[in-house]
Ligand binder design. Structure first.
Ligand code: AMP
Length: 208
């Protein structure tokens, strides 16, 4: 099963992906996680990406596209993958289509996790992430329920960056909804509900 998850930052894409990974072992490709790991490791990619990420801007396409191509070639992606946070604009979507067609692994579905912008602002400002394992929780988690690690607020979840990320989403990423609708593979789930309710619909839509 080859899936793209669409939706604004904070819509719950990563949370739904983590559940699918835990239950079905499908490979999870989160470009945000890959980029944060590169920043932490201070790799050449991380050094180039950091400024864009801190400002809530998109990292240049060529950097992210190469990262995804490399990840799609890994063993764990051969039986299927969930792309989370990629593509983020039309150029990335076109490049993904051509890469997947070369690999003979076309997308089965693009699943939109739909949440209204005012809910997103509220969610992002209370979101807390585990420094150790990346678990996504909220201010109610004093430590990580997964691994006991320290929960912190991502720099780009701070109020001064959140609005820019939403603006970038509206102008650059939201048009992908029509792109995938045009390909006949768009599905939509109401993400403004408890995580487990959303997940039931996600599984139904994906035929799991
Ligand atoms: P995320 O965790 O998906 O919200 O991503 C965090 C940040 O990483 C974004 O605000 C961007 O700066 C960068 N990023 C993640 N995925 C992409 C992508 N597909 N294209 C460009 N930048 C990205």
């Amino acid at each position: 099963m080859n899936i793209v998850l669409l939706g604004a930052p904070g819509a719950g894409k990563g949370t739904q992906a983590q559940k699918l990974v835990a239950d079905y072992g499908i490979a999870h490709i989160s470009t945000g996680d890959l980029l944060r790991a590169a920043v932490k490791a201070q790799s050449p990619l991380g050094i180039k990406a950091k400024g864009y990420m801190d400002a809530g801007e998109l990292v240049p396409d060529e950097l992210v596209i190469d990262l995804v191509k490399e990840r799609l070639a890994a063993d764990d992606c051969q039986e299927g993958f969930i792309l989370d946070g990629f593509p983020r604009n039309t150029a990335q979507a076109v490049s993904l289509d051509s890469e997947l067609s070369e690999l003979g692994k076309p997308l089965d579905s693009a699943l939109l996790v739909a949440v209204e912008p005012d809910v997103i602002v509220e969610r992002l400002s209370s979101r807390r992430t585990c420094r150790a394992c990346g678990f996504t929780g909220s201010t109610k988690h004093e430590s990580c329920p997964n691994c006991g690690g320290e929960m912190h607020q991502r720099d780009d979840d701070k109020p001064e960056t959140v609005q820019n990320r939403l603006d970038v989403y509206q102008s650059q990423t939201a048009p992908l909804v029509e792109y995938y609708r045009g390909q006949g593979i768009l599905m939509e789930v109401d993400g403004d509900r408890p995580v487990d309710e959303v997940y039931v619909d996600v599984k139904n839509l994906l035929g799991l």
